[in-house]
Design a protein around this ligand. Structure first.
Ligand code: DAH
Length: 339
């Protein structure tokens, strides 16, 4: 009998199973009442009395051994099933990196949100444009330098296929399609043939704004700009308008805001002037209205456009514009915002 126990012990230590069902079959084979170990218990009554103690202990040991082996086989399948194998549940959890919005998107969204409150809707136009929408319909004279290869990227040497140099082109597209009242804002990417530096890039972003209706006046423009400046840069912000020139507005102006860094006292960001230039603006030139199919006797409008990078640099104190394009997470991670 001892030989049988030994043989069984060896057999059991070598058993393997490829599924939980197989492990159960093994349990029945060895451990059930009629199983191989069960039979040993039946034969036990024939063991001479003086050997009973030792033999009993040996059979029980074998039974415990088999039980343990089969339990561990079963457990390994249960773990596999629950996906826990190879996982140490006592380890601390992973910290998932939560992305943050790009600072240019944050600034764009904030600006869009402010104008949405005033009833402006967002429209977009194509980045690959034609001469008409970027220049001609905006009253650019034929010899204007912006039409030169030096400033504008033309595609396939065709002077009528180009990358838009400003989002003012979307004004034209919207006015061609829609009759006033028009109250819309156009964020987008623009392209200029410029050397890349801390202050300039060949790709950057603008937001354009257009309001056309009956009796729209320069006072409406000024009040809208003041509201925007205070919402964006803070309620103590002041604005000033300086006369300027753009082919598509008449009169035209450039808007400065009081320096948000020094509060207007003068610092190196505002070059000790207390003012920061942030956008071009003006009353839509009646020629432009007419070229876009809008009755310039009945309607007037205002427009303005600003560079998103510039606003973001001022808002966050970023000194090098190239940082916005490098996608360095050490830079990007610093911007957390509700917008
Ligand atoms: N398109 C001009 C630029 O890229 C910005 C601009 C100036 C837009 C005056 C306007 C405006 O709508 O009225 O520099």
């Amino acid at each position: 009998m001892l030989d049988k126990i030994k043989a069984l012990q060896q057999e059991i230590s070598a058993i393997e199973a490829t599924s939980a069902e197989q492990a159960e079959e093994l349990r029945i084979k060895y451990l059930s009442k009629k199983g191989l170990i069960g039979q040993l218990f039946n034969e036990f009554k024939n063991v001479p009395a003086d050997q009973k103690k030792a033999m009993g202990a040996a059979i029980n040991e074998l039974k415990d051994f088999a039980q343990e082996k089969i339990n561990s086989l079963k457990e390994s399948f249960n773990q596999k099933q629950s996906g826990l194998q190879g996982v140490d549940p006592s380890l601390p959890g992973y910290v998932f990196a939560v992305g943050s919005r790009h600072p240019l998107a944050v600034v764009r969204n904030h600006i869009v949100e402010i104008f949405a409150r005033l009833g402006f809707i967002v429209s977009e136009g194509p980045e690959i444009e034609d001469d008409w929408h970027v220049f001609s319909a905006l009253n650019f004279p034929p010899e204007h330098p912006a039409r030169d290869m030096q400033d504008t990227f033309f595609i396939e040497k065709d002077p009528d296929v180009l990358l838009r140099t400003h989002t003012s082109s979307v004004q034209v597209r919207v006015m061609e399609k829609t009759q006033p009242p028009i109250r819309a804002i156009f964020p987008g990417r623009v392209f200029r043939n410029e050397a890349i530096s801390a202050r300039a890039h060949c790709i950057f972003h603008q937001i354009e704004c257009l309001y056309v209706d009956e009796n729209v006046s320069f006072a409406d423009l000024k009040q809208t700009l003041l509201y925007f400046a205070r919402e964006f840069f803070g309620e103590k912000t002041e604005i000033r308008l300086r006369p300027s020139y753009f082919p598509f507005t008449e009169p035209s102006a450039e808007m400065d805001v009081s320096c948000s860094i020094c509060g207007g006292k003068g610092c190196n960001v505002c070059k000790y002037t207390g003012w920061l230039e942030i956008m071009g603006c003006g009353m839509v030139d009646p020629n432009v209205l007419e070229l876009c199919g809008i009755d310039n006797e009945k309607y007037t409008g205002f427009a303005f456009g600003m560079g998103i990078e510039r606003i973001a640099m001022l808002k966050y104190g970023v000194k090098d514009l190239r940082l916005f394009f490098e996608n360095d997470v050490r830079f990007l991670n610093q911007f957390h915002s509700a917008y």
